[in-house]
Design a binder for this molecule. Structure first.
Ligand SMILES: Cc1cc2nc3c(=O)[nH]c(=O)nc-3n(C[C@H](O)[C@H](O)[C@H](O)COP(=O)(O)OP(=O)(O)OC[C@H]3O[C@@H](n4cnc5c(N)ncnc54)[C@H](O)[C@@H]3O)c2cc1C
Ligand SMILES: *[C@@H]1O[C@H](CO)[C@@H](O)[C@H](O)[C@H]1NC(C)=O
Ligand SMILES: *[C@@H]1O[C@H](CO)[C@@H](O)[C@H](O)[C@H]1NC(C)=O
Ligand SMILES: *[C@@H]1O[C@H](CO)[C@@H](O)[C@H](O)[C@H]1NC(C)=O
Ligand SMILES: *[C@@H]1O[C@H](CO)[C@@H](O)[C@H](O)[C@H]1NC(C)=O
Ligand SMILES: *[C@@H]1O[C@H](CO)[C@@H](O)[C@H](O)[C@H]1NC(C)=O
Ligand SMILES: *[C@@H]1O[C@H](CO)[C@@H](O)[C@H](O)[C@H]1NC(C)=O
Ligand SMILES: *[C@@H]1O[C@H](CO)[C@@H](O)[C@H](O)[C@H]1NC(C)=O
Ligand SMILES: *[C@@H]1O[C@H](CO)[C@@H](O)[C@H](O)[C@H]1NC(C)=O
Length: 634
């Protein structure tokens, strides 16, 4: 830059700053008239990903950013903030009651392989999105899980490149010294953690006594105990952190990324984006509304719209905007702007199975009403030395005064993520996989490009079946249950609109167990839960299965039990996958929607294949990496 140009440039920046800070008192807006006419960026959805991206984009004071979120702020209710009772946020396993006021209350359509049962798919409708509802498990998958993303046609999307972004998001706190004093021996490697990020990741200062038995059981079964699984070696049993602020011992959400003091960042709550307006292949802005009986408004964007509405709603916004499969859009009378058949397909999810137990010296049982403790509990969870109200009240007092005791923790803090070879007859499974006509079990109306993309995934899923470094099943350990969970599902479903009203719910069809390999893996997982219970280490506390118990013994009985009881682990992804267009992709490796200028997607929708880990830590890193991709273009 020549000196005069440079001075001119600085003047412009300065001028921008003055204009921006005048016009933009950093504010929370709840009515459309207070929204400015134009912003550089509009972020659709203030959930996990949207708040990360908005934070990073608005770090430049010269960039104006508007977040539009359908929900509002929480009231910091006990059932939102206190780790132990946080599961009170969501409907009970199975078809329990409706969700909370922060939930979209979605339910999938009846599932053929589950005896026509429907499964609830809770999703946050609140600032923070799913991070307000979630179980706060904070972990990452194996290196090879992420390297698959690159293999599928996304240069640079591999573990090594993600790791710095994973770290950037994280605010890690090492284990409390009291844990060491109690001999828990939790190790960590600082190389895998960040301590300047916004989302807290910390170890609960309380460990369930039965964890000692689980650790011994894993050793007895020759499962490797991993020192710190955050570095890409995540097939084994390990301690994990929680997204909990260790000072207050309360939930840490993506709201920690919201920077209310920035004058260039606006947040509109209680409004839903109904359409992205595209003209001549370029994004012009978005339409939004407070509800079906309110008038719609429009806001212009000069740079980009970023869709972060989550894996259930991002495809809805795309389809309402004319981006999707032409025949589907035509059938609804929507004009096709980009014929992109992949929108809404490649839906997949982690699923789990509850198996119950009792034993000696367990603190949790199935018979407690925490409501007696005068906590605001949304849906009463099953927890229970908790059936002794005096004890429970003491523990709650301890939590409130000293931030200690069982109220600081989840149902468990040490889980296993295991390769298939640890728990199943590989010969049988591998030959079953090899014998499958590749995309035979997909829905018959799956578009050809989506089918091609699945074939690429199927080939990875089958070859990695015998990997010893990739986990396929998780085992959630608690006092009252062991839950096997399927982490590399072969089944694929979809999300799609069946109405042109943006206020109607999209149709969610997970197609759980549509591929019989998933059922076979669940059967193997169910049996391994029994293997764990039968170890000497678990028998030392007389661990006994109470549910389903001895009525379920044969493979056929186990299969029926799985079909009746299987539930979601709430990690749905893939509905706007980052894949080449010829493989049913919706976004390119820079997360730009194929065929449109100025439209990106940053949320769980773009994940082409699930890692074997709970999802949030992955998404925080994905959103950080996305923000870096978007920024230099400005
Ligand atoms: C019950 C539950 C338990 C979970 N447990 C765990 C766990 O223990 N560990 C873990 O790692 N992960 C867990 N997860 C998963 C994790 O929280 C989610 O994967 C994550 O929040 C998804 O992030 P996202 O950015 O894709 O979408 P979200 O966080 O869902 O954000 C999407 C946001 O967009 C808003 N929105 C949607 N449509 C519109 C629209 N049209 N206009 C405006 N706003 C809109 C929504 O209201 C929401 O706030 C859990 C999730 C749930 C629901
Ligand atoms: C979900 O259900 C809860 C409890 O019934 C209710 O308060 C909330 O408003 C519902 N959410 C939506 C989006 O309808
Ligand atoms: C499931 O629903 C289908 C379609 O309505 C029906 O044909 C089938 O008999 C049902 N199956 C069961 C097990 O109820
Ligand atoms: C919108 O108005 C119609 C007609 O009065 C009414 O039936 C509907 O319930 C209203 N919708 C909402 C969300 O209030
Ligand atoms: C709950 O509140 C009631 C009424 O205020 C009180 O009598 C009771 O002792 C409280 N229980 C506990 C466990 O604090
Ligand atoms: C749970 O209760 C039993 C019996 O009252 C007691 O021995 C044990 O110490 C209690 N556990 C904790 C962690 O307080
Ligand atoms: C209940 O808990 C209290 C307080 O810890 C304890 O003194 C009492 O013995 C417990 N009662 C039973 C039946 O275990
Ligand atoms: C594994 O499965 C194969 C093929 O079905 C079978 O021949 C073999 O006996 C099984 N092995 C064990 C240990 O069950
Ligand atoms: C759309 O799907 C839902 C199920 O999710 C169903 O209740 C509704 O009737 C369908 N609407 C149309 C117009 O097909």
């Amino acid at each position: 830059m020549a000196p005069t140009q440079e001075i001119f440039f600085h003047l412009i920046v300065l001028l921008n700053l003055v204009i921006v800070s005048r016009a933009f008192p950093g504010k929370i807006i709840d009515r459309a008239p207070d929204v400015l006419q134009t912003y550089d960026y509009v972020v659709v959805g203030g959930g996990l990903s949207g708040l990360v991206v908005a934070n990073r984009l608005s770090e430049d004071p010269g960039t104006t950013v508007l977040i539009i979120e359908a929900g509002g702020f929480t009231q910091n209710e006990d059932w939102v903030t206190i780790p132990l009772i946080s599961s009170g946020n969501v409907p009970d396993l199975g078809n329990g009651p409706r969700g909370s006021k922060y939930d979209w209350n979605m339910t999938g359509i009846p599932q053929h392989e589950l005896f026509n049962r429907s499964v609830n798919t809770p999703a946050g409708k609140v600032i923070g999105g799913g991070t307000v509802l979630n179980g706060m498990v904070f972990n990452r998958g194996s290196k090879a899980d992420y390297d698959r993303w690159e293999t599928l046609g996304n240069p640079r999307w591999n573990f090594d490149n993600l790791l710095p972004h994973f770290k950037k998001a994280e605010n890690f706190t090492p284990p409390d010294l009291s844990l060491e004093a109690e001999g828990w021996d939790i190790e960590y490697d600082p190389a895998y953690h960040g301590d300047h990020g916004h989302v807290h990741s910390s170890f609960a200062p309380f460990v369930w006594p039965s964890t000692r038995n689980y650790i011994r059981a894993m050793k007895e079964l020759s499962v490797p105990i991993i020192k710190d699984a955050m570095g890409g070696n995540a097939a084994g049993a390990y301690w994990f952190t929680q997204s909990v602020n260790p000072q207050s011992e309360t939930r840490s959400t993506s709201q920690e990324f919201y920077a209310p003091s920035r004058p260039n960042l606006h947040l509109l709550t209680g409004h839903r984006v109904t359409k992205v307006k595209i003209k001549s292949g370029k994004v012009k802005g978005v339409k939004f509304s407070a509800g079906e009986n309110f008038t719609a408004s429009f806001v212009e964007v000069s740079e980009e719209v970023i869709l972060s509405a989550g894996a259930l709603h991002t495809p809805q916004v795309l389809q309402l905007s004319g981006i999707g499969e032409r025949p589907h859009l035509s059938s609804l009378g929507i004009e096709t702007v980009v014929d992109l058949p992949g929108v809404g397909w490649n839906y997949h999810d982690h699923t789990l199975l509850f198996t119950g137990q009792t034993g000696k010296s367990l603190l949790m049982s199935n018979n407690l009403a925490l409501a007696d403790l005068n906590l605001t509990v949304n849906i009463s969870p099953n927890s229970g030395n908790f059936s002794n109200l005096t004890w429970s009240a003491e523990q709650l007092a301890l939590y409130k005064s000293k931030k200690e005791g069982p109220f600081t923790t989840l149902d468990g803090n040490f889980f296993a993520f295991l390769p298939v070879e640890k728990l199943a007859n590989m010969t049988a499974l591998s030959s079953a996989a090899a014998a499958q006509p590749t995309s035979h079990y997909l829905s018959s109306n799956t578009p050809p490009t989506v089918r091609a993309g699945y074939e690429a995934q199927f080939s990875l899923l089958t070859s990695d079946l015998s990997s010893s470094t990739m986990a396929y099943l998780e085992f959630i350990f608690g006092d009252k249950a062991i839950l096997p969970a399927l982490h590399q599902p072969f089944s694929r479903g979809s999300v799609s609109i069946n109405s042109t009203s943006p206020f109607d719910k999209p149709v969610v069809d997970p197609r759980y167990l549509s591929n019989p390999l998933d059922l076979a893996l669940f059967v193997a997982g169910f049996k391994y839960a029994r293997t764990i219970r039968n170890t000497e280490a678990m028998q030392a506390i007389d661990l006994t299965e109470t549910y389903p118990g001895t009525s379920v013994m044969t493979d056929a009985e186990i299969e029926e039990f799985v079909r009746e009881g299987m539930d979601t682990e709430h990690h749905h992804v893939g509905t706007a996958s980052m894949l080449p267009r010829g493989l049913g992709g919706v976004v390119d490796p820079k997360l730009r929607v194929h065929g449109v200028e100025g439209l990106r997607i940053v949320d769980a929708s773009v994940v082409p294949m699930l890692p074997a880990a709970h999802l949030q830590a992955t998404l925080y890193g994905l959103a950080e990496m996305a923000a870096d991709l978007i920024k230099p273009g400005h």
